[in-house]
Design a protein around this ligand. Structure first.
Ligand code: 6R9
Length: 681
């Protein structure tokens, strides 16, 4: 049995909390945490019971300032294209910046920490953020951009990224940030899909002590977009060291503009914010799915912002006096929701760190946390595993965390315990939050002040969220049965993406077709959301997420499509067929293993080919997609209908014998041959 640090400090009776308190491996929040938390009692949780749906989400929407209140909480006339807070108007930038000026003008909104230990922090107070966002919005207006246009960013972790996001939001311009570590080509494909005429980038940034020439990617991105039919008219370039252009890549005349120069004209300018309809698109975030083409998840202004503001306040429990540090990259959904929009909507102080956790040494994270007085730390199991295994020692530092978040991949109980005991000194609560790019915000997590933690479990549905596990046939897998199934959500919620940009039918196909009970029904109860994850649900409703059931692989918390990697491998002329499978990895959770067969006439015994393929994948997608191993095989294990049996390759990569039945293969002999190649025999 896990040790119990504190009993329930809320004074709520066991009967009220019900089954939550009965299981053996529960760990309870410290009394100190509970005393300070926003949610103090069961009546607040009761507001989110199923019978109060959808009005329960007024608790979230009412945290925002609306220019016009909504008339309809949930318009469900066209499922699954639900619309939230219809009739309402608001502005996301106003809600994250302007409205805090009265009370918090002089408070740090963003504390940016350079990767270099010698470079001073950049601190933007709410007033300074307001000034910079207005100046940049003034420039965007001058460029002729207006509400409803799209703009692509390819920015790393610099303060100009949230400034650019908020300036777009101020004018109703849809921003589409592409993770800075993605290649120029990946960025170009997203520019073309989103139809952006403007790209916002930077000359370079630091990674593990090296200056990365990022502007070089912009040229590739523009060329790629143009090949795909989208002309990029202007490339706006921030500089990593303001005033100095540090890239070796020349500027293209007439197209590339240095923002240092352009911004001079806009100094001191103020721009009115544009009240936007609740269901207008705030941003696009591309993510990988089961096809080769990433999809643009379009998030709404009113629903999304309400959802991230509400979860940040009531579950994340961010108070204005907290210093919140989420170590994710803003190029992913976690950064959008829980570095920028959620914390800033709550007038928090949000820390942004440019670099990697282990640079220049294993204790960098704790030095930063100690120096800034970070009270809430938010990171992924991969980072925790790396710190733990590298011998990082938080106990040497005066860190005083109140709450620790883990997100992005399943966390092993052993890693959870290190986070809880060594990082949190058993005083901080650990929140394991399960959600996805598509969902906008957290879906499964404990409510830390009133529910105990269970190492390795993401907790029950968040406020107003009703998860269910279905088997392949659509039967409910009962809680406590110990059986795994597909994790689904019974009801709509305000944070879910509005649609998939340019391809609304894909929303229906990918997330709803599988379990829709009646396609003609207008009742949301007939439209459960299929997440693509496998999970089990314990008797108490706690969810344990096992991983993806589709062609998505999770590498160090980064989501990659196996089809995207395979397509990149196929650009090498030698490659006839490619199959990617996840291989378990102690640090990164999973890494991609790639199997290729070659076109006739090519030598299988070609040492350079492996490097060539790895290089192709790095430059087409980005270094994170680089396979751990490339195996050149004479043929793929195939069914009679010609399908590659990835399950068999996955078993071989992970050194398991559970191939299942291989007699149905057209070429069963190849299994032994591949196994010998992988084992190096
Ligand atoms: C927020 C984010 C989504 C996929 C998701 C699942 C995995 C996320 C998790 C988790 C276990 C958690 N995932 N949180 N698995 N426990 N707490 O990561 O979004 O990049 O879209 O990835 O990540 O497999 O389906 P995204």
């Amino acid at each position: 049995m896990e040790e119990v640090t504190q009993i329930n400090g809320t004074g709520i009776s066991e009967a009220e909390i019900g089954a939550y308190w009965l299981e053996e491996d529960y760990i309870y929040p410290s009394e100190e945490f509970v005393r300070k938390a926003y949610i103090q009692n069961q009546p607040f949780l009761n507001k989110f019971k199923e019978e109060n749906f959808p009005e329960c989400f007024h608790e979230y929407a009412n945290l925002l300032s609306w220019d016009r209140y909504w008339t309809t909480t949930l318009d469900s006339s066209n499922p699954p294209f639900w619309r939230w807070f219809v009739g309402g108007k608001l502005n996301a930038c106003y809600n994250c910046v302007d409205r805090h000026l009265d009370k918090y003008k002089n408070k740090a909104a963003i504390i940016w920490v350079s990767e270099s230990v010698d470079e001073p922090d950049r601190i933007l107070t709410y007033q300074e953020l307001y000034v910079k966002v207005n100046e940049f919005a003034s420039l965007l207006l001058e460029m002729g951009l207006k509400a409803g246009d799209t703009v692509t960013f390819h920015l790393p972790m610099v303060p100009e990224l949230p400034i650019s996001m908020l300036a777009c939001a101020r004018l109703g311009i849809i921003h589409s940030e592409v993770f800075g570590g993605f290649s120029g080509q990946a960025c170009g494909e997203r520019i073309a899909d989103s139809k952006s005429k403007i790209l916002i980038t930077i000359d370079g940034y630091y990674r593990s002590g090296k200056f990365i020439d990022h502007k070089a990617n912009a040229d590739i991105a523009v060329a790629t977009a143009e090949k795909l039919g989208q002309k990029v008219e202007k490339v706006l370039i921030w500089t990593r060291h303001p005033g100095t252009y540090s890239s070796k890549t020349p500027l293209v005349e007439g197209r590339d503009l240095l923002l240092d120069d352009l911004m001079k004209k806009h100094r001191g300018k103020r721009v009115d914010y544009v009240p936007m309809p609740s269901e207008s698109i705030l941003f696009l975030m591309y993510t990988s799915g089961s096809t080769g083409k990433p999809k643009g998840c379009a998030h709404s202004t009113g629903g999304y912002l309400s959802y991230v503001a509400g979860t940040s306040k009531f579950i994340h429990d961010i108070h204005p006096e907290d210093v919140h540090w989420c170590m994710a990259d803003i190029g992913w959904i976690t950064g959008h929701s829980y570095i920028v929009y959620g914390p800033l909507a709550n007038a928090a102080t949000s820390v942004m760190y440019e670099g990697v956790p282990l640079y220049p040494n294993v204790n960098r994270v704790w030095r930063i946390a100690e120096r800034l007085g970070v009270s809430i730390l938010h990171t992924a199991p991969t980072a925790i595993r790396m710190l733990m295994r590298a011998g990082s020692n938080p106990t040497q530092y005066k860190c005083d965390f109140r709450l620790l978040v883990t997100v992005g991949e399943p966390i092993e109980p052993e890693v959870w315990r290190w986070y809880y005991k060594v990082v949190g000194k058993k005083g901080a609560v650990v929140l394991d939050t399960w959600w996805q790019t598509e969902t906008g915000g957290w879906l499964c997590t404990t409510i830390p002040s009133v529910m105990p933690m269970k190492p390795g479990s993401a907790g029950p549905g968040a406020l107003g969220i009703y998860p269910v596990i279905y088997d392949e046939l659509g039967n409910e897998v009962l809680p406590g049965s110990g059986k795994a199934g597909n994790l689904c959500i019974k009801n709509p919620w305000p944070g879910r993406m509005l649609t998939i940009w340019g391809d609304p039918e894909r929303l229906v196909k990918q997330y709803y077709e599988k379990y829709c009970k009646n396609r003609d029904s207008k009742d949301w109860r007939d439209w459960p959301y299929f997440s693509g994850d496998a999970a089990t649900m314990a008797k108490d409703g706690y969810i344990r997420v096992l991983g993806r059931v589709d062609d998505v692989i999770n590498v160090a918390g980064h989501r990659l499509g196996t089809k995207e990697i395979e397509s990149a491998a196929l650009t090498c002329e030698e490659v006839a067929e490619a199959a990617v499978v996840p291989k378990s990895d102690e640090l990164r959770g999973h890494v991609p293993d790639l199997y290729v067969s070659l076109k006739s006439g090519y030598e299988t015994d070609n040492k350079h080919l492996e490097d060539k393929i790895k290089q192709a994948i790095s430059s087409i997608i980005g270094p994170i997609a680089r396979p751990a191993n490339v195996y050149v095989v004479s043929d793929m294990p195939k069914t009679r209908s010609g399908k590659i049996m990835r399950r068999i390759l996955a078993a071989i990569s992970n050194n398991r014998e559970d191939y299942g039945d291989i007699t149905t293969l057209v070429n069963p002999d190849v299994v032994e041959e591949i196994r010998n190649i992988v084992r190096g025999e």
